[in-house]
Design a protein around this ligand. Structure first.
Ligand SMILES: *Cc1c(COP(=O)(O)O)cnc(C)c1O
Length: 399
């Protein structure tokens, strides 16, 4: 049978000690041991199944982590307090002074800033490349390269990474392929396509209710053990730990992710098609006109569609702001950063979420001022939404 990530999530059931259908929330920072020897062994990493201290691991965080590992098809996972709290320890664990990273140039602004301005202070250099050109990626690899970094579907330009091709390059040059899959949970399963490490910001589609930040690293037991090592593990030592109460609420939201992703994708595909027919410059991986439409198709778990993210380019920031303010007045969505909410969210990335990227570099990668990024919501009647959006576009003189 075909791998279906949602089946994997559903198959994973943890009962509480009283038979409750949800696991109990662990409400302790520390754990007792009946023998001192077991406590010692746990510190040494030799006592499986024992909890030590909740910055290391807690039952609630384990339940959420295991469900996300099942979804991505990896051995295990480690949850964290935010997406950045997942991504940054991975890169710091894999790289030290003198090492080199080859990264896609179209990535989340925070990750871009971390690579360019922060980890560089510790002697780790990054070369940013057009990730859609494998020959350009390979040419950037040096003898010091340790990591290939990309997003399956990039923020905000919705470029699609050829994960199979990149994983071949990673194997050939003995690198770790790290993929941020925040934009395409369920639709794309990067580990199944050869990625070594899959990260998510849980803040977005996976939690889906815009009420918390959270993150996860899905990988092999060995990589996760290294991240959690009490002596030299970056996740353990940098301390970006998710709280148990939050882990339990994210797990409950994860149970409905498959239904939500189908609706996000359905609504986004509907609008992208209409926008394109109206003559707007529309980017959506589900459109035939998207340069990587076939590539996305070849990688996707088809049931979940092409995702909920789309962009249009309205020519100028002034026009973008005018349209977004009007759409918000008409209650079509919120002028807000982030994504994956039940309501549509829109923002102009050039002046917000990607403002960490210098203007000339934005221009080079094709990120124009008039770009509006939409995270399409779960609207029950997307036809009605389209009609109101269309009248807004007429009102601001776009159509
Ligand atoms: C939001 C986001 C992040 C960062 O996640 P936080 O939860 O805000 O720390 C990383 N990557 C992508 C693609 C994102 O959209």
């Amino acid at each position: 049978m075909k791998f279906d990530p949602a089946d994997k999530i559903q198959d994973l059931q943890y009962f509480s000690e009283f038979g409750g259908v949800n696991p109990s929330i662990s409400d302790s920072s520390t754990y007792t041991f009946t023998s001192a020897k077991t406590m010692f062994d746990t510190f040494e990493g030799n006592a499986d199944g024992c909890y030590l201290y909740s910055r290391h691991l807690s039952p609630s965080n384990l339940y959420l982590g295991e469900a996300l590992a099942a979804m991505e098809g990896t051995e295990t996972a480690n949850v964290s307090a935010s997406g950045m709290g997942a991504i940054t320890p991975v890169l710091m664990q894999l790289c030290g002074a003198g090492d080199h990273i080859v990264s896609s140039r179209t990535i989340y602004g925070g990750t871009y800033a971390f690579l360019k301005n922060f980890i560089s202070r510790f002697g780790v250099e990054t070369t940013f490349v057009d990730i859609t050109k494998l020959e350009v990626v390979e040419a950037a690899i040096t003898k010091n390269t340790k990591v290939l970094y990309c997003e399956s579907v990039s923020n905000p330009l919705l470029e699609v990474a050829d994960i199979v091709g990149l994983s071949k390059l990673a194997k050939k040059h003995n690198l770790k392929l790290v993929v941020d899959n925040t934009f395409s949970p369920l639709s794309i399963s990067p580990a199944k396509l050869g990625a070594d490490i899959v990260c998510h910001s849980l803040t977005k589609f996976i939690n889906g209710s815009s009420d918390t930040v959270g993150g996860v690293v899905c990988a092999s037991q060995k990589i996760i053990d290294n991240l959690r090592n009490v002596n030299n593990g970056a996740s353990m030592l940098l301390g970006s730990t998710m709280d148990s109460l939050r882990a339990s609420s994210v797990l409950k939201n994860l149970r409905t992710l498959h239904i939500r992703m189908k609706q996000h994708s359905f609504n986004a595909a509907y609008l992208a098609d209409k926008f394109q027919k109206d003559g707007l410059k529309t980017v959506y991986p589900g459109l035939q006109s998207h340069p990587s439409h076939q590539l996305f198709k070849s990688m996707m778990n088809a049931t979940y569609g092409f995702g909920g993210m789309l962009t249009i380019d309205v020519g100028s920031l002034e026009k973008a702001n005018e349209l977004m303010e009007l759409m918000q007045q008409k209650n079509l969505g919120c002028l807000a950063v982030s994504l994956g909410f039940y309501k549509t969210l829109f923002s102009a990335p050039g002046s917000s979420t990607s403002s960490e990227i210098p203007e000339e570099e934005q221009a080079e990668m094709g990120l124009s001022n008039g770009l509006i990024r939409f995270s399409i919501g779960l609207d029950a009647n997307i036809e009605r939404t389209y009609q109101i959006m269309n009248s807004c576009m007429h009102q601001v003189g776009l159509l």
